[in-house]
Design a protein around this ligand. Sequence first.
Ligand SMILES: Nc1ncnc2c1ncn2[C@@H]1O[C@H](COP(=O)(O)OP(=O)(O)OP(=O)(O)O)[C@@H](O)[C@H]1O
Ligand SMILES: [Mg+2]
Length: 507
Amino acid sequence: MDTTSPLLELRNVAKQFGGIQALVGIDFDVRPGEVHALVGENGAGKSTMMKILAGVIPEYEGTMVWKGRPVRLRNPRHALDLGIAMIHQELSVMPELTVAENIFLGRQPLRAGTVDWARMFREAEAVLAELGFDHVNVREPLERYPLGVHQLSEIARALTSGAELIIMDEPTSALSPMETRHLLELTRELAATGKSVVYISHFLEEVTWVADRVTVLRDGRKIATLEARKTDKQELVRLMLGKEAAFFEESYMSGRDVEDPHAGARPVLTLERLTRPRAFSDVSFTLHAGEILGLYGLIGSGHFELGEAIYGLHRPTAGRILLEGQPVPAGPRRAIDRGVAYVPPSRRSGLFLEKPIYQNVTLPWLAQISGLVPQVPKEVRVTDEVIRRVGVRPPDPQKEVLYLSGGNQQKVAIARWLVRPPKVFVVSEPTRGMDVGAKEEVMKILHELSEAGVAVLLISSEPETVLAASERILVMAKGRIVREFVGETVTKEQLLHAASGELAEAR
Ligand SMILES: Nc1ncnc2c1ncn2[C@@H]1O[C@H](COP(=O)(O)OP(=O)(O)OP(=O)(O)O)[C@@H](O)[C@H]1O
Ligand SMILES: [Mg+2]
């Protein structure tokens, strides 16, 4: 094949879901050896377009051309047989199985008719090492590991599938900066060996670094395809939003004064020497009314597990959690009743995808809203108000969460807790998967809550997120608090250094 003709083309592709026009008149192509990025706001149509390419959505209008020939994909298996693999935004791993099995799901190496475990383990180890992830034991169940490893398993699965076109739908949303770096470099290496990659991300710095070309979608339409070298973040955001945008991310790059105006405020949540083996040890801090405290750490540093413990999802083996001076009894129900709200880092674990938005929002509040008899109109009314506040699109309480775009699902997970403002709001990765505008909306909501006196614990592995909102920042590494930044200028680099420097020393 001549290298200038595309590996894959979409011609005049359109897709409707019920009344929603998800894609209109899309022309798109991927060249051999190219990294082609796809950007756009939440709900712009990126995942829909990729699901068409990967055979997940077989019904659509228009034509798909693979190596010069029109094809009609019947299912993902068909796509894989042709040479198209996809890493899904919503992970499709099986946590009970070993890491190696997840990587080789459905195509385990065989020997004399049975699974060749030794070879599977060896090959799984090799591919993870290539991703810079050699501390994972591929013989252990995947569920023993944090979300970043789940994401890496899915990436490794696509990489070992032998596909010529690999679609990555937000592959780095649960990865640490180091892992992200590895993946970006690996993506360039893939391209250098002639493979093609479609790369979807809301992190525009990644996009301009890794891509050859960038296509911008807005409201289901293709707005432009640009040479990555000739564009920048500013232009991409303008094309994505259709207007000049305030730059939420600019503020942190130059460093930011972090003050502690809450030192004298009323303590709401106090952790005393909290310990849970393999997760965190000897963690103590106090969170005050009206404060936004950032808790930053690399994936695996124990910060997410700490959030779970505060919400009562599991019991620490030592130490105490005090809410307004009183110990919190174990269990999320009791935590909620005492005024603790929690957003988990993975939206899948907190949402019932097949249920309508309103049931997801009112779940913690059924006793207050409905009493013993369900009162759907009231639930819908309550939901309508809070999903409009966070800008869920479409703002339809009856819509099943499954049908929302990834970023909009995350907004539902936050909206739930606006029904009755909590005393303590523990949010893990609140802006994961969100576009620039939606991130800003969420930060605004956290600020409004803190101004109303809510104590916010913002847990994240994205330096941008903690820097954008926090007034004080604690850094965790290997289960311990290793640094506190108060009343000084903090940069992304300093955070990374604090979080990873300690790691290096501990080894
Ligand atoms: N199975 C479905 N049924 C109904 N509507 C859907 C379905 N899948 C997607 N949509 C709608 O199509 C539109 C495009 O969604 P899509 O998931 O492609 O967005 P996206 O660009 O990937 O967004 P995000 O950045 O949030 O992941 C949205 O309005 C979404 O609600
Ligand atoms: Mg998507």
